[in-house]
Ligand binder design. Structure first.
Ligand SMILES: *[C@@H]1O[C@H](CO)[C@@H](O)[C@H](O)[C@H]1NC(C)=O
Ligand SMILES: CC(=O)N[C@H]1CO[C@H](CO)[C@@H](O)[C@@H]1O
Length: 414
């Protein structure tokens, strides 16, 4: 009896220890943030304000065109996000937003508390049911080379992750998304210095575009995406994917062939390719931290070169003009679930880190991580899923996937 107890007791203790190491520890300290000291917004040298505007709501992602001083935002409707959001297994098709739009905000043209902006039309986008279902967004300023004899005009590329409801290809009728998950595409658009519309260039639809979270232009003609749940589009496998590290990074060429280039990611999120650093940065919303890869110029495969240890669930990354990476994180992960349940009444705490290349090289040591903003009580920041720093003015823009506002923080006393 005693020896059986000892035997099974040992196995049980071992199983608990392994479970703790692999899953519970991460859940308790990284995601839930037990014991974490979260500071109030008043500790930081910024004056922040919320912009309440019907069109600037539930903006999941942003990208700043440094060249034209336009901030592009992928906005939606916070109450509709609650009904229809693949990453949170919300599949109420009749509650989905039909007003998702990309907004171009002129950050050098203040207007009252806010800024001048345009809701971009997409007249040439005709695929699916004609609506966009915005998830992630990125952009690229195409500056013609001075010595280019063809003198192509300046343009801006915008790439979007589009989470369409699945439909029967014959009848066009909606199918059960809770079983099939989203019918995802990457949409490529073009626009210009004073954007009023997005001209549709390409729809990318491919079996390897499975559960895309975000998109980053590659140094070649193609792009990288994170499949945050890997191949699992719905059901139990979907729910367990972050724990099983089933996410991946996938590369697609501009001619629509795709291949998975990195596996075993725990909820990889808003990735970012930096032409300046030559690196692809992949954050994790589950295990925390950022992994840095060097893309191979010919094969587009990824070679891991380093990682940055930030034990917080991390969201969509952006880079400013000076090459600093701005990182939104959730110090109290469960509050984000609360914010999803009640987007108009509840705001999750937010932390913003800046990751800066330091002089000394080496694994993990080559980057300095500094906390720039934190809002313990959700006083002014949204539960931020995206942060953009305008290095010219020092302003920080923050948007959240379910937040019914956008926040602008002005630096003070510098
Ligand atoms: C689905 O969304 C519709 C429209 O917003 C709403 O009336 C309905 O109550 C929702 N259904 C569920 C099950 O939440
Ligand atoms: C653009 C982008 O990466 N959006 C992601 C930001 O983070 C949220 C929350 O984790 C994801 O759901 C989005 O897909």
């Amino acid at each position: 009896m005693a020896s059986a107890f000892l035997k099974y007791g040992t196995i049980l203790a071992l199983a608990v220890a392994v479970f703790y190491q692999l899953t519970l520890k991460n859940l308790i300290f990284t995601i839930i943030g037990v014991g974490r000291h979260v500071q109030p917004i008043s500790d930081f040298p910024y004056q922040c304000r919320r912009i309440h505007d019907e069109r600037l709501q539930a903006c999941e992602d942003m990208w700043l065109s440094e060249e034209t001083r336009q901030l592009f935002l992928a906005c939606s409707d916070p109450l509709a996000r609650q009904q229809w959001d693949f990453s949170f297994s919300r599949f109420n098709i009749s509650g989905r937003s039909r007003t998702d739009a990309v907004i171009a905000l002129d950050i050098d043209k203040p207007k009252g508390d806010s800024f001048d902006y345009r809701v971009l039309k997409t007249p040439s986008y005709k695929t699916g049911d004609g609506h966009l279902y915005l998830v992630g967004l990125t952009g690229r300023d195409n500056i013609p080379a001075a010595n280019d004899p063809n003198k192509p005009p300046f343009s801006i590329d915008i790439a979007l992750v589009n989470g369409r409801p699945p439909r029967d290809s014959q009848t066009g009728e909606f199918l059960d998304a809770s079983e099939l998950g989203g019918d995802f595409t990457i949409e490529l658009f073009e626009t210009d210095a004073h954007a009023t519309e997005l001209r549709h260039k390409e729809t990318y639809h491919h079996p390897e575009i499975k559960t895309p979270n975000n998109v980053a232009f590659a140094p070649t003609n193609g792009f990288y995406i994170t499949n945050d749940h890997g191949t699992a589009k719905a059901g139990l496998k979907f729910t367990l994917a972050p724990f099983l590290h089933n996410g991946d990074v996938t590369y697609c060429t501009h001619t629509n062939t795709c291949k998975t280039v990195s596996t075993s990611h725990a909820f990889p999120n808003g990735l970012h390719f930096s032409p300046r650093h030559g690196h692809l940065f992949v954050p994790s919303a589950h295990s925390g931290g950022i992994t840095i890869y060097a893309p191979n110029a010919h094969t587009n495969d990824l070679q891991k070169i380093s990682s940055i240890d930030i034990p917080y669930p991390i969201d969509n990354l952006s880079e400013d003009r000076d090459g600093d990476i701005w990182v939104p994180a959730f110090p109290k992960g469960l509050e984000m679930l609360q914010a999803y349940a009640d987007p108009l009444g509840s705001t999750a705490a937010t932390t913003v880190f800046r990751v800066r290349k330091s002089k000394e090289e080496g694994d993990g040591k080559g980057w300095e991580v500094e906390k720039m903003l934190e809002d313990r009580h959700g006083e002014v920041l949204p539960g931020a899923t995206s942060v953009v720093h305008d290095a010219r003015t020092g302003r920080v823009f923050l948007a959240g996937v379910v937040a019914p506002f956008v926040t602008v923080c002005e630096p003070v006393g510098k």
